[in-house]
Design a protein around this ligand. Structure first.
Ligand SMILES: Nc1ncnc2c1ncn2[C@@H]1O[C@H](COP(=O)(O)OP(=O)(O)OP(=O)(O)O)[C@@H](O)[C@H]1O
Ligand SMILES: [Mg+2]
Length: 465
């Protein structure tokens, strides 16, 4: 098999032959043409086109434009006269991959050609993967090749046309939001509102008025009547994010909405009907909350009509290459970054990480890596995985385990704080994230001077923290 196919467009016969011979001896298949007009038909089969800029008839720059107009993807190297940097820059702006300034050594020629050829073959390989992705492993903008994700696509397809309540469970950053939106977008309700409610962000008393609305004068400060989120979503979909954090008294009202599609605004005794589809999401195991009495069993069963469980990224590593390719393409375009492709070795590097922050962490890592990469292709060294906050640091054998000046104790405390932050102050939840018992966490907190209550105090409801 040849190392690739190259077209050389050069009107100087001698130079063209020298280039041709040199590249053929390096294992490439080479076509030569003395003019752009003669070269153009040969360009369709070339991986790389080397062209002089000043040619009789069509110029090298025009040739580049012609290639682009025809969708020919070959990498272009331009040959410029000594001292004509301006035209080289112009050619690069038009999309040329590199340039050779006359006179150039054959060594330099080989180096430049090898480099452009490598980018080309990677681009072709990545394109092949993207085509595969488009056809089979994508649902809207959700990427997934793993059996688990494809099963989820299938479920979304089946439930979207119905009004069935869906409960989406999965760690932070696995794509719960995206899935909820996809269900709405594929439902007959797509033209009606999609209202997202973050149950963690709202204090208990505000949550009730937000969800169900209030009448003027219902409480101090209620200066005017205001419809709630459920009313706003009439005919559409309500997405209840972090449902595990909903306080008990509101759980009762949600149950009624799910059972009877009825509610009252605060300060009103007029019962209102509402037609909503409810999708809920949780990043904690709701069954544990059930057992601890923090979540109503009847509400749980009403929500869990169609369960969708999204596995963490570390349990579906086969999705990583496809997600990475997708993010590289999308983000490099958005950012206008120099790096536009990712090497297989860099993808291997991504596969070794455990992604505690799941797809969101992968997306952020790719974004950071693209911005900082010095070349067209992301290499393993360009992959900038952030110091992990809730997993074991990924380090090589030679590197010190902890960053300079850090102590194990400090890392432990950081992880504990992060877990508490993610669990919104709920210690049982934080303890589970850390793989500790509640008492073990309390002990550590007391050592950090962050614990006050007695060790056996019963757990309060989730939203009271
Ligand atoms: N399968 C996927 N394909 C493409 N992008 C994804 C996929 N899964 C997640 N993402 C992206 O990762 C980010 C996090 O996803 P999302 O917000 O849906 O996660 P989440 O499960 O709702 O997280 P949290 O629990 O923190 O709210 C988003 O930017 C989303 O676009
Ligand atoms: Mg979310």
């Amino acid at each position: 098999m040849s190392a690739g196919r190259i077209l050389v467009v050069e009107d100087e016969d001698k130079l063209r032959r020298v280039i041709q011979l040199e590249l053929e001896s390096a294992g490439f298949e080479v076509d030569g043409a003395p003019t752009a007009e003669q070269g153009l038909p040969l360009a369709t089969v070339a991986n790389v086109v080397i062209t002089d800029l000043r040619l009789p008839g069509m110029s090298g720059l025009e040739l580049i434009q012609q290639l682009q107009a025809r969708g020919i993807q070959a990498g272009v190297i331009v040959i410029t006269a000594h001292g004509s940097v301006d035209t080289a820059v112009e050619a690069m702006k038009l999309g040329a991959a590199d340039f050779l300034q006359k006179p150039f050594s054959l060594d330099h020629l080989s180096t430049v050609v090898q480099k452009v050829m490598a980018v080309q073959s990677l681009r072709a390989e990545n394109q092949r993967m993207r085509d595969e992705l488009d056809q089979r492993y994508q649902f809207g903008n959700i990427i997934g090749r793993s059996a688990a994700m494809r099963e989820i696509f299938h479920t979304v397809e089946r439930v979207a046309p119905t009004r069935a309540t869906v409960l989406i469970a999965g760690e932070s950053g696995v794509g719960k939001d995206m899935i909820a939106r996809a269900i709405h977008q594929n439902s007959p309700r797509r033209m009606k509102p999609y209202v997202k409610i973050n149950c963690t962000a709202l204090p208990e008393n505000l949550m009730e008025s937000e969800l169900f609305g209030y009448e003027k004068g219902a409480f101090t400060g209620a200066a005017a009547t205001k419809p709630g989120k459920f009313e706003q979503a009439d005919g559409g979909t309500v997405f209840l994010d972090e449902i595990g954090d909903v306080p008990g008294n509101i759980q009762v009202k949600l149950l009624r909405i799910l059972q009877e599609r009825q509610f009252e605004r605060l300060g009103s005794n007029v019962t209102r009907d509402v037609d909503v589809r409810v999708i809920a999401a949780t990043n904690v195991d709701l069954r544990a909350a059930l057992e601890q009495g923090r979540f109503r069993e009847d509400l749980y069963y009403r929500l869990n009509v169609v369960p969708v469980s999204v596995p963490p990224l570390r349990e579906r590593k086969e999705d990583i290459p496809f997600l990475a390719m997708h993010f590289v393409q999308k983000l490099s375009r958005d950012l206008g970054s120099l790096a536009k492709e990712i090497s297989p070795a860099a993808i291997d590097r991504l596969l070794t990480h455990s992604w505690p922050g799941n797809v969101r962490e992968l997306e952020n890592t790719i974004e950071r890596s693209l911005v900082l990469a010095p070349d067209e292709i992301l290499q393993p060294a360009d992959i900038r995985i952030e110091a992990p906050r809730n997993s074991h640091p990924v380090v090589s054998a030679q590197a010190p385990l902890l960053p300079e000046g850090e102590t194990l104790e400090h890392w432990e405390q950081m992880m504990i704080r992060e877990a508490l932050r993610r669990a919104n102050g709920n210690k049982s939840q934080a303890a589970r994230m850390l793989g500790l018992t509640r008492n073990a966490l309390r002990y550590r907190l007391s050592q950090m001077g962050m614990e006050t209550g007695p060790a056996e105090e019963p757990e309060a409801t989730g939203a009271n923290h």
